[in-house]
Design a protein around this ligand. Structure first.
Ligand SMILES: [Mg+2]
Length: 348
C-alpha cells in the first residue's frame, strides 16, 4: 500500500497539567493509505511538532510504499536525515515518534496483526505493571506489586521526608513489592550518595533521573556508590544515537526510552539491541501504554511496565480508548490489530 495523507493534531485536552504542555504535550498523528486503512500514532512536542509533520515531512511521506516493517525503518531514516539540521533530539524526534507509531499501527491494521506480532511475536501475554504517583495506599488496593514515588529536592529535610514516604509505601505494598524513586533531575551526586545510605534499609530497586541527562560521567561514577540500588534514566534521551552515548559513558543500569518521544518503535528496537550489546536493562518510560507495551512484549525489555493511574481522587481522562487495564498488578497485551487503541473523538 501507499501513504496517501498524514496529519498531526494537538488534542483539545480537558485536564491540563500546567502551562503550555498539558498531558506531556502529546500529539496525535493520523496516516491514511490507498488501502483505505488508517493508522494512528502518539508523539510529543506539542504545537511545535505540528509544522514539522504537516509542513516539512508530509510531502516526503505521500506516495511512500509501506508493505513490510523494513519500509517503516526506511521512512524513519529518510525523515531523520531530512530533519537533521534542526533535529536529532527534542521536538523533531518527538514528532518522528508520532509518525513512526502511526506507520506501525497502519501496517498492523492492514495485516490484521497486533504490533507485537509484527515485531516477531510476543514472548509473554502479560506484563507486570508499576504505578508511578503519590497514592501508595490506593495502588496497593488496586493490586500493584511495584510502585515508583516522585520526589523533588528542596532542602536537607528531604532526607527524612523521603524516608518517611518510602516507609509509607513499603508498609502499603508490603516487603516483596518493588519500590523506586524518580528524582526528576533534582538531586546532585552528593545528595544521591547520601540518600542511598539514608534509605539503605528500604530495599529500593532504582533511583531515576537523579541529575540531568547531560551529566553522563557523574552518573557513571555514582553507579558503584549507590549499589545495590540501580541507576535509571533516559526518558529525556533520543534515538539509538543518543543512547549510544549513554552506553559509551557506562552511565546507567536501566535505560528508560519513552517510545512516544525517543523515535517510536523503530528507535526503540535499535535501543533495545544496543542495550543487549552492553548489558543494560530496558524499562520504557510509560511502558504500560500500548505504544511501549507491544515493544516490551516482543523484545528483551524487563517485565515491567509503567502506568500513571493518578490518585483515588483524580484519575486521568483517557485520550485513547481500549487501553488495556491493570488487573491484579499485570497488563494483558492487546491482540487486536495495530496497537489496539481508538482515539477518543471528544479530544479532537
Ligand atoms: Mg521519570
Amino acid at each position: 500500500m501507499k501513504i496517501t495523507d498524514i496529519k498531526a493534531i494537538y488534542p483539545k485536552y480537558k485536564q491540563p497539567l500546567a502551562g503550555w504542555r498539558p498531558h506531556l504535550w502529546q500529539i496525535v498523528v493520523r496516516v491514511e493509505s490507498d488501502s483505505g486503512v488508517v493508522g494512528y500514532g502518539y508523539g510529543g512536542g506539542g504545537e511545535a511538532a505540528l509544522p514539522i509533520i504537516n509542513g516539512h515531512w508530509r510531502d516526503l511521506l505521500i506516495g511512500q510504499e509501506l508493505n513490510a516493517i523494513g519500509d517503516i525503518a526506511a521512512v524513519w531514516d529518510v525523515l531523520y536525515q531530512a530533519s537533521l539540521p534542526y533535529g536529532r533530539k527534542g521536538v523533531a524526534i518527538m514528532a518522528l515518534s508520532g509518525v513512526d507509531l502511526a506507520l506501525w499501527d497502519l501496517l498492523g491494521r492492514a495485516e490484521g496483526m497486533p504490533v507485537s506480532t509484527l515485531l516477531g511475536g510476543r514472548d509473554r501475554e502479560q506484563i507486570r505493571a508499576y504505578a508511578t504517583g503519590t497514592d501508595s495506599q490506593w495502588y496497593a488496593e488496586l493490586g500493584f506489586t511495584a510502585h515508583k514515588l516522585p520526589v523533588r529536592w528542596q532542602d536537607e529535610r528531604d532526607y527524612d521526608a523521603t524516608a518517611q514516604l518510602v516507609a509509607q509505601a513499603r508498609a502499603a505494598l508490603g516487603p516483596d513489592a518493588q519500590l523506586m524513586l524518580d528524582c526528576y533531575m533534582s538531586w546532585d551526586a552528593d545528595v544521591t550518595r547520601r540518600m542511598a545510605a539514608h534509605l539503605a534499609s528500604y530495599n529500593l530497586y532504582w533511583f531515576e533521573d537523579v541529575v540531568t541527562p547531560d551529566q553522563l560521567a557523574a552518573q557513571a561514577a555514582l553507579r558503584a556508590d549507590i549499589g545495590p540500588v540501580l541507576l535509571a534514566g533516559g526518558e529525556h534521551e533520543f534515538t539509538h544515537y543518543g543512547f549510544r552515548e549513554i552506553a559509551q559513558a557506562n552511565a546507567l543500569d536501566i535505560w528508560q526510552p519513552d517510545i512516544t518521544w525517543c523515535g517510536g518503535i523503530t528507535a526503540g528496537l535499535r535501543i533495545v539491541d544496543l542495550a543487549q550489546q552492553v548489558g543494560a536493562q530496558v524499562i520504557p518510560h510509560r511502558g504500560g501504554e500500548v505504544w511501549g507495551l507491544h515493544l516490551i512484549a516482543a523484545t528483551e525489555c524487563v517485565d515491567l511496565a509503567e502506568v500513571l493511574p493518578g490518585t483515588r481522587a483524580a484519575q486521568p481522562d483517557p485520550l485513547w480508548l481500549n487501553e488495556p487495564p491493570v488487573v491484579d498488578g499485570v497488563i494483558i497485551v492487546p491482540d487486536t490489530p495495530g496497537f489496539g487503541v481508538v482515539l477518543n473523538e471528544d479530544y479532537v
